[in-house]
Design a protein around this ligand. Structure first.
Ligand code: GLU
Length: 428
């Protein structure tokens, strides 16, 4: 059977590190439990639309370089496609496919009215000037313009993109449609239609999931050691909010290395150091260790908040944490999840744990369409309501089916999307 790369059904021998195959494996497991019919499986496994674009950009030295960009729309049954755009050297189509599918399941788990999409441009922002980044962003936006729009597909920040990137996208789109269209993108600066609380939202969602899981495990924050892989928008803010709740954050990391202090880090001080110096290197309030060692530190809670494929079949047995809360998308491979299950490690999966970002993106989109903006308290209260409900829904599903929270989150998400398919019918 050959239905093209997006229709692959993985076997265990296939590449563990291909995120699309990993996603498909998790999807298949939940679909089997739901006894989903083959046709619907095929529909839900395959992205609806994939766009690859060439982006010519004039560089600062006067030369012309052509970058490659992608936008994949996995599914728009429950609403417009929603999902971030990442700029990174290792962006590839299978990764963007997996990330777009994860957005479909994520939006469904928190029950916000969006489908899933994701985009990326192959580039290394560390080698680019601000002007070059602006040109890439504007050219990319123009290239995918036909499939964007507040009712079609609404991007947001992801790895190496930020509020400024979103402002350029909003401006480029608005100039093309001759009308300021704030709701075309979320994660914007507050001054141009962004939402209060959006910047902190993913980290806040991670903190809330950690809190709920700890309650379930009958543990208290005091003396709970937390290792956070990352220190950016998700890891850094997640660590800060957990620190304020009384957890002991013993390790943080960036691309270049990790810091460790068994007595607990002064997280506000570390983040201030990072803001000024842009890397953790040289921070003198902790020991410096290699990234490769960080995941295996003795701790109670591990928060992978960097990128995919960090916890794998090769290293899962060395994890000491009893609770993992996934701030990143796809940090644990499907094979590693099986090992963690046998070790009795509780994993709050990515499509639940990092859904705080897209939840406040939903609030931003609603506020932009209303032209009426909420206070930070209103945003945070509504975010907490949604995250706690989603956590409880996944937990109940896990109990009902006798499954892990990971499989339960897929069961819940797929069932909600499948219900919409059954109601709407298949247009043909
Ligand atoms: N990139 C974020 C994620 O993976 C946010 C997506 C959004 O807000 O649309 O969840």
């Amino acid at each position: 059977m050959s239905n093209g790369p997006a229709a692959l059904s993985p076997t265990p021998e296939q590449d563990e590190f291909n995120p699309f195959l990993s996603m498909a494996q998790l999807f298949n497991r939940a679909a089997d439990i739901l006894d989903l019919d083959e046709g619907l499986r095929e529909v839900l496994r395959r992205p609806d639309r994939e766009l690859t674009v060439a982006l010519p950009v004039i560089m600062d030295d006067g030369s012309t370089k052509v970058f490659t960009g992608y936008r994949v729309q996995h599914n728009f049954l429950r609403g417009p496609c929603k999902g971030g755009i990442r700029f990174a050297p290792d962006v590839n189509l299978d990764e963007v496919r997996a990330l777009s599918a994860w957005m479909t399941w994520k939006c469904s788990v928190v029950d916000v009215p969006f489908g899933g999409g994701k985009g990326g441009v192959i580039c290394d922002p560390r080698d680019l000037s601000t002007r070059e980044l602006e040109s890439i962003t504007r050219r990319y936006t123009a290239a995918i313009m036909d499939i964007l729009g507040p009712n079609r597909d609404v991007p947001a920040p992801d790895v190496n993109t930020n509020e400024q990137t979103m402002a350029w996208i909003m401006d480029t789109y608005s100039m093309h449609v001759r009308s300021t269209t704030t709701a075309v993108v979320t994660g914007k600066p507050i001054s141009i239609g962004g939402s209060r609380g959006r910047r902190e939202a993913t980290g806040r969602g991670v903190m809330l999931c950690c809190r709920e899981a700890m309650k379930k495990l009958g543990r208290r924050p005091e003396n709970t050691r937390v290792v956070v892989q990352g220190s950016g928008n998700v890891g850094g803010i997640g660590a800060l909010l957990l620190y304020r709740e009384g957890y002991k954050i013993t390790s943080l990391s960036d691309m270049y290395g990790a810091i460790h202090n068994e007595q607990g880090l002064d997280v506000p001080e570390v983040l201030e150091y990072l803001r000024v110096n842009r890397r953790l290197e040289g921070y003198d309030g902790a020991d410096h260790i290699k990234n490769a060692e960080q995941l295996f530190l003795d701790c109670e809670v591990l928060i992978p908040a960097a990128t995919e494929n960090q916890i794998t079949s090769k290293n899962a047995l060395r994890i000491k944490a009893r609770l993992i809360v996934e701030g990143a998308n796809g940090p644990t491979t499907a094979a590693a999840q099986d090992i963690l299950d046998t070790m009795g490690v509780v994993v709050v999966p990515d499509i639940l744990a990092n859904a705080g970002g897209v939840t406040v993106s939903y609030f931003e989109w609603v506020q932009d369409r209303m032209g009426y903006f909420w206070t930070e308290d209103v945003v945070n209260t509504r975010l907490e309501q949604i995250m706690v409900k989603a956590f409880d829904d996944v937990n109940e599903t896990a109990k009902k089916y006798g499954e892990t929270m990971r499989t339960a989150s897929y069961i819940l998400a797929i069932e909600r999307v499948a219900t919409v398919y059954r109601m709407r019918g298949i247009f043909s």
